[in-house]
Ligand binder design. Structure first.
Ligand SMILES: O=C(O)c1ccc(O)c(O)c1
Ligand SMILES: [Mg+2]
Length: 642
């Protein structure tokens, strides 16, 4: 199907918006009146620029408070409409959106409204144009799709049809089921927006919090299926009012928008719909993921030594040295960490890449390409393993590789073998170990704090490209502000990624990196692992354990053990448990976590995140006493440095 985007979805002036829409591959736009009014281009010029960019102008909008009024006002409104028809002719547009009236004195009479819309449709028809009538969810009297359809049905005018907007339909209690029964040909236009479930005034919800399909909580595939069942074959057009998108890079937003439509279209069954058969495109299926192959850090002369020390303390061994690059492989059972001095990361020590294994990497990469996340081959010397990476919204490179990919052969053995350590029998290689190991088995999850402008984009990216499902989102109060977390995981839980973001853009006081990235490793016995670590776990305050004992009625002996080793605890409604501990923050940008999941616990210990963040802040203060107030000080006068 054709894909369109309303100019209101992206930031910039009309020129920026058109370039962004064209670059992302859209077929058309909905032109918002404001974008035209502030443009230096004449309507004819806008038309020719759109044509040059391969964009059609599918809708002009909006026309407000036109109907439901007395005859004096209505006559003036018709004159206003005539001028807009002239403008639309110059722009080459044949459909105008008319919103249901929000005027305080609007008439509450279907026949009256139908008659006024008919008169308008007569004028439109004279100009070769048509009217798409849309029920705003906050319309004075017409606020639901079924009432707008009743009016259009009564008017029974060939130049009058409906504009259905998923937001207005799905934000109301009225069921969308009857949409499939709308007379074929009477839906003139379809606008798509998703949104999170929020309990708030519907106008505020619509004007600030709309999202692209797949980023919110609405059932967009179900909604579009109903509309297609009514024979609609026009464009799928995005109309998203969102405070963040309005100020973000329009080129990126347009790509995010296009990805949402490609993913949505893939969820629509290819079937004949009420006589029309829209050309629906489908994607290669999402990959089956088998696990994490490796996680890579970009390191420099300062962060490299710090990370090596911590990895050794966690029981890792430096097992391999890359043949041609300044790159080290560190291993423990199936945990593999790469320290890469050849790439530059935005900070001292951050996760620059991670690799997941899949049974069919070529198909996974083809899917990524179709979702506007093209794969790039790695830079390599002859004979070295070929790996291809896609780029996540935060810049992280994601390699998708076959479990049999020989990438480890690019590393010359250092002669040191990795130890299995306590509780590590499940993943033990049986080779002689030179380091004791600490029982870390594999990656449990990655924690990737996201750039403020790209959080919703990241959620859609991981869901659509890698097929990871959304686990419930959480919000919590942390020392440097409110945080939102949204975890994604494959159905078998071989790959989990916890995405976090601050609810507001960071102020000046907060650390530049308010929530560092992390890797969490799995152990089968966290107490044994804690004993085997050659580094101190992050100290956790005694207050936390008093509260824990009260919250969960845990046995004293268990609380004492947790406290002794700095282990945090969470329990879900089904009795599943998480026991986990953290390291301090290394180089201001990264830390490690060790987790033991029991009884099917499927979350990430989110209630403990603020405890961790406060403890890491204390640790930074105590390790830099001269520069900053100590942990006991009650008034922080200096800004944290990192
Ligand atoms: O918020 C509004 O005013 C508005 C205008 C036009 C639309 O199509 C819409 O869905 C909302
Ligand atoms: Mg709309």
């Amino acid at each position: 199907m054709r894909r369109s985007i309303a100019t209101v979805c992206v930031s910039g002036t009309l020129g920026d918006k058109l370039s962004a829409a064209a670059a992302a591959g859209f077929d058309g736009i909905e032109l918002f009146e404001n974008d035209l009014v502030v443009s230096p281009w004449s309507p004819a010029e806008v038309r020719s620029r759109c044509a040059d960019l391969g964009l059609s102008i599918d809708l002009y909008q909006p026309f407000r408070d036109l109907d439901s009024t007395d005859s004096g006002h209505f006559t003036k409104n018709l004159e206003r409409a005539e001028r807009k028809f002239d403008l639309m002719s110059a722009l080459g547009i044949d459909t105008v959106l008319v919103c249901s009236s929000v005027a305080e004195d609007a008439a509450d009479d279907n026949d009256h409204i139908a008659s006024q819309l008919s008169q308008l449709a007569d004028r439109a028809a004279d100009n070769g144009m048509r009217i798409a009538y849309e029920a705003l969810a906050w319309g004075r009297h017409v606020s639901t799709w079924d009432r707008s359809w009743e009016i259009v049905r009564r008017a029974d005018h060939p130049a009058l049809g409906l504009c259905l907007d998923s937001f207005h339909v799905l934000s109301r209690e009225v069921s969308p089921d009857g949409i499939a029964g709308i007379t074929p040909g009477k839906i003139f236009f379809l606008q798509l927006a998703d949104a999170p479930h929020l309990r708030m005034d519907v106008l505020q919800w619509s004007r600030h919090h709309r999202l692209f399909p797949g980023q919110g909580a609405f059932d967009l595939p179900g909604f579009v299926r109903s509309v297609l069942a009514a024979g609609y074959a026009g464009p799928l057009s995005l109309e998203v009012f969102n405070d963040v998108f309005r100020q973000a890079d329009p080129t990126r937003t347009a790509i995010d928008a296009m990805r949402s439509l490609v993913a949505l279209e893939d969820q629509l069954p290819i079937a004949p719909y009420a006589g029309s058969s829209p050309a629906l495109r489908s994607l290669p299926p999402a990959p089956h993921l088998a696990g994490h192959a490796f996680t890579e850090f970009a390191v420099d002369g300062r962060s490299g030594p710090e990370l090596r020390t911590v990895l050794r303390g966690l029981g890792f061994a430096h097992t391999g040295q890359h043949r041609t690059k300044p790159v080290e492989l560190w291993e423990q059972n199936s945990c593999r960490v790469i320290l890469n001095s050849a790439v530059t990361a935005p900070g001292p020590a951050a996760i620059s890449a991670f690799a997941v294994t899949s049974d069919d990497p070529a198909m996974a990469l083809a899917r990524a390409g179709a979702l506007l996340a093209p794969a790039h081959p790695n830079v390599r010397e002859p004979g070295e393993a070929e790996l291809a990476a896609i780029t996540a919204p935060d810049g992280t490179q994601i390699f998708v590789t076959d479990p049999a990919n020989p990438w480890r052969a690019d590393f010359l053995p250092t002669g040191t073998a990795a130890g299995a350590g306590e509780g590590g029998a499940a993943g033990g290689s049986g080779t002689r170990s030179d380091t004791p190991g600490a029982g870390l088995l594999r990656v449990d999850h990655l924690g990737l704090a996201q750039p403020f402008d790209h959080f919703d984009e990241a959620g859609l990216f991981y869901h659509s490209v890698l097929g990871l499902e959304h686990l419930a989102a959480e919000e919590y109060a942390a020392p440097f502000g409110l945080m939102r977390s949204r975890a994604v995981a494959d159905p078998a839980r071989h790959v989990r990624v916890a995405l976090t973001v601050s609810l507001l853009r960071r102020g000046e006081w907060a650390p530049a990196v308010a929530d560092p990235q992390h890797i969490a490793f799995t152990t089968a016995d966290i107490v044994a692992t804690a004993k085997a670590l050659a580094l101190p776990a992050l100290p956790v305050p005694a207050n936390y354990y008093d509260d824990l004992a009260a919250r969960f009625a845990l046995p004293d002996a268990l609380v004492a053990t947790l406290k002794e080793h700095g282990i945090l605890y969470d329990r879900d409604a089904g009795g599943g448990e998480l026991l986990h501990l953290y390291t301090r923050v290394i180089g201001g940008r990264v830390f490690f976590e060790i987790v033991e999941r029991r009884g099917g616990y499927d979350r990430f210990g989110e209630p403990n995140a603020p405890v961790r963040m406060a403890a890491q802040r204390h640790q930074r203060l105590s390790s830099a006493p001269s520069a900053e107030p100590g942990p006991g000080s009650t008034t922080a006068t200096a800004s944290p440095r990192r």
